[in-house]
Design a protein around this ligand. Structure first.
Ligand code: BTN
Length: 251
């Protein structure tokens, strides 16, 4: 904890060598733990990705979850997702790499994924009770260690920086950035977050195919709204606002 420059995030840090999933632990403990509690592990046996996928969590990476308890309506979930992607990109850019955010919240360097974020919300009657922000960073991991299906599309900070990074120093910076963005979010300065998110976006201006539970939308990503939704202009010139979905680049 020494040297943390935060007042909320990391007030409690639960450190494990090996767990099934830090998100699962954080979920179980959320009711009992103060806001800002961090659950972090050296490796995960059952790291969870978005849409039920498995998340490979090799030793040398940074696998953690933060328990947040914002008093906001459920529809703010998409905004929290943007907050996390922005904070991770900003912390990585301090290392001198060109980290960019793929909507909603993958962080890429040179088009390859270096971080995944899994936001899980527990809500009661349309009001958020707590949010588990799960962040997985390929820090000191070699590309050759990734499982074959993801190897080509994945990278790590070690690969991009050219040497292993100082994970503790990076974590301090990341919690600092996350807290800064989270304060903006809770004090309703969302337009600041959106404009910075757009400036670091890998998605805006690209042709995309977005799959949502109800439809598939193809077109050009043209912006992000104040609700955190992706704006896509389709071939028929219709502007679609997509609050959640899976985004693929078409070209
Ligand atoms: C994705 O599919 O891109 C999201 C991956 C999220 C992985 C992180 S690692 C820490 C936390 N615990 C989990 O089980 N998943 C998240």
């Amino acid at each position: 904890k020494a040297g943390l420059e935060t007042s909320l995030l990391g007030r409690e840090i639960l450190y494990y060598n090996e767990v099934e999933s830090t998100n699962s632990i954080a979920k179980e403990l959320a009711a009992k733990c103060p806001e800002g509690t961090v659950v972090i592990a050296e490796t995960q046996k059952k790291g969870r990705g978005r849409m039920g996928s498995e998340w490979q969590s090799l030793p040398g990476g940074i696998w953690f979850s933060v328990i947040l308890k914002p008093s906001v309506p459920l529809e703010y979930t998409a905004k929290i997702t943007l907050v996390a992607g922005l904070a991770v990109s900003k912390a990585m850019r301090e290392l001198g790499v060109d980290a960019r955010i793929k909507w909603p919240n993958d962080v890429l360097i040179h088009g390859k994924k270096v971080c995944g974020i899994l936001t899980e919300v527990d809500a009661e009657v349309e009001k958020i009770d707590h949010v588990i922000l799960g962040i997985g960073i390929n820090a000191n991991v070699r590309q050759s260690e990734f499982r074959e299906e993801i190897r080509e599309d994945s990278t790590s900070l070690e690969e991009e920086v050219g040497k292993p990074i100082d994970r503790i120093a990076f974590m301090k910076q990341l919690l600092f950035e996350l807290e800064q963005q989270y304060i903006k979010f809770t004090t309703q300065k969302f337009s600041d977050i959106v404009s910075e998110w757009i400036s670091l976006s890998d998605t805006i201006g690209k042709e995309v195919t977005v799959t949502t539970p109800v439809k598939i939308i193809e077109g050009k990503a043209v912006g992000v709204t104040d609700k955190g939704a992706l704006l896509v202009k389709t071939k028929n010139n219709v502007r679609e606002e997509i609050i959640a979905g899976r985004c693929r680049y078409s070209k």
